[in-house]
Design a protein around this ligand. Structure first.
Ligand SMILES: Cc1cc2nc3c(=O)[nH]c(=O)nc-3n(C[C@H](O)[C@H](O)[C@H](O)COP(=O)(O)OP(=O)(O)OC[C@H]3O[C@@H](n4cnc5c(N)ncnc54)[C@H](O)[C@@H]3O)c2cc1C
Length: 472
């Protein structure tokens, strides 16, 4: 097996040279490429898989922006300080606290940049705040499909004539004698190896959720859950980082999802639970506090020794139907409905009396007449009333949040805090902002915020370096 990091040989000739080389064509990679290009650099993107998009395509495309003009237009008062307080309340101080503050500080600018410069069809979500946010600040495609955001990024890349080569896995990073990253080798099955020199390399190759061994090593508590993300997240950035002596941070943090529709494999929108639905096991009992949110609650669903079901009412189902993926799940028969708790139970052979008693106790709590047996405090539109809907769900691992430690421009850091010249990382390749461990620190949008945010910052910084070099 060839070494992941190699010293540049004397007189090595590159097959191609660019100012900025981006590894991975998800949201981070494309944001980085667009930002670098618009700041005057010559850029190319290499993508391992046959299609660009990665996890970004599978996401709901939600990016938080605190103090954006879209919030102001909606009469919502927000600020980076409030956002930092929200994020830290959930995550605690992670290993890179300055990153959370930096991401919040640029979040509004990012959402506006996505709309104004990239041309992304995004709007502020005002229906709900989602996990971790006390203010409506998520900006997302109207369809809530990450694929729309990816398509808009791809269109912006194409308009700018930035070369994007798919089926081109980057395998090796090259180091100069001074220890700077100066290029890569691209190759793999059926692809002739080529060497590309670059003044800066931006790692936008996402995390390691598709690498079972790395998940076991770092996120053992969720290793038993199925991975529902894109196959490209095989952890190269972590492996390169180890070989380079880079610092890794927040490695035990991840995003889980408590309610992947079974057997369809699509997300059951968490709106269904947040707005008043519950999760029950095959004994018809709730088994925890759903207020924990879709990420942290995944571990609890995984720990159940029976099948698990989401139950909510017709009003909630109508609200969630605004989301394309949810509507499709309904159209494909992923949900069932009934007039009463007893009839609903019969659909999946749950004990009818227990389910009815569980829902009755929940409704009493939601109406404020009794404490919730599981300690839930937020009930959305509950008490549940009228026709009821049910969906079998399984827990999933969506992406890992740990990765390469970076400074506030996305530059990769060594163990001793020094910068590895020529190397940037963003998105899942970099350490995230969801705390040090587990899924409880993940607030909605943390994944795409560091993807688009660090990509944007890294691209601009790498381009500035090129300009400075040209002027010198
Ligand atoms: C179902 C689901 C829903 C989600 N919903 C949200 C949400 O609404 N909001 C949010 O913030 N986050 C969400 N996330 C998380 C979010 O998708 C990720 O955090 C984000 O997309 C990461 O972006 P990225 O650009 O770093 O990675 P990706 O989008 O995965 O892009 C990385 C790309 O790099 C490529 N690559 C990997 N290795 C190499 C290599 N060696 N050479 C060349 N290319 C390589 C991959 O093939 C991939 O195309 C969700 C995740 C999932 C799975």
């Amino acid at each position: 097996m060839q070494a992941l990091v190699q010293q540049l040989e004397e007189g090595q000739v590159w097959d191609l040279e660019v100012d900025v080389l981006v590894v991975g064509a998800g949201a981070c990679g494309m944001a980085a490429a667009i930002a670098a290009h618009d700041a005057g650099a010559q850029v190319a993107i290499l993508e391992k898989r046959e299609r660009p998009g990665g996890n970004s395509s599978l996401s709901t495309g939600s990016v938080p922006g605190a103090g954006s003009r879209f919030q102001r237009e909606a009469g919502i008062v927000d600020s980076p300080e409030v956002m930092v307080a929200d994020l830290l309340r959930l995550s605690g101080e992670g290993e890179l606290p300055q990153l959370t503050r930096r991401m919040a500080a640029i979040s509004a600018e990012l959402c506006e940049w996505l709309v104004d410069s990239v041309g992304a069809r995004m709007a502020l979500i005002t229906d709900y705040c989602h996990v971790g946010h006390t203010i409506a600040r998520l900006h997302a495609p109207v369809s809530r499909r990450g694929q729309d955001l990816v398509d808009d990024l791809l269109a912006a890349v194409a308009t700018r004539e930035i070369p994007l080569a798919t089926n081109n896995p980057v395998q090796v990073l090259y180091l100069s004698a001074e220890g700077a990253v100066v290029g890569v080798a691209v190759g793999g099955a059926g692809v002739q190896t080529s060497r590309i020199g670059a003044r800066s390399v931006i790692l936008a190759s996402n995390g390691f959720a598709a690498n079972r061994e790395l998940v076991k090593q770092h996120c053992g508590e969720i290793a038993g859950a199925e991975y529902f993300g894109a196959l490209g997240s095989e952890g190269e950035a972590v492996l390169w980082g180890r070989a380079l002596g880079a610092r890794l941070a927040n490695m035990q943090a991840y995003q889980g999802y408590a309610a992947v529709a079974y057997p369809h494999g699509s997300l059951l929108s968490w709106t269904t639970i947040e707005k008043g639905g519950v999760l029950v096991n095959a004994r018809g009992e709730r088994f925890g506090n759903e207020d924990l949110g879709y990420s942290a609650y995944a571990r609890h669903v995984l720990a159940e020794d029976t099948n698990v079901y989401a139950v909510f009412d017709e009003r909630i189902m109508t609200l969630a139907s605004k989301e394309d993926e949810f509507r499709e799940l309904v159209e494909h028969g992923g949900l069932k409905q009934a007039a009463s708790a007893e009839e609903l139970a019969a659909l999946f052979k749950l004990p009818p009396q227990t389910l009815a008693a569980t829902l009755a106790a929940f409704n009493e709590a939601a109406a404020g007449r009794a404490p919730d047996p599981q300690g839930r405090a937020r009930f959305g539109m509950a008490p549940l009333t009228g026709r009821l809907w049910i969906c079998r769900v399984t827990p999933g691992l969506f992406h890992t949040q740990g990765g390469l430690a970076v400074d506030t421009e996305g530059r990769v850091l060594r163990e001793d805090g020094s910068v590895i010249a020529g190397l940037y990382a963003g998105g899942g390749a970099a350490a995230g902002i969801s705390g040090r461990a587990g899924a409880g620190g993940y607030a909605s949008g943390n994944g795409l915020l560091t993807a688009v945010g660090l990509g944007y910052l890294a691209g601009r910084d790498a381009a500035a370096k090129v300009r400075a070099g040209a002027a010198a």
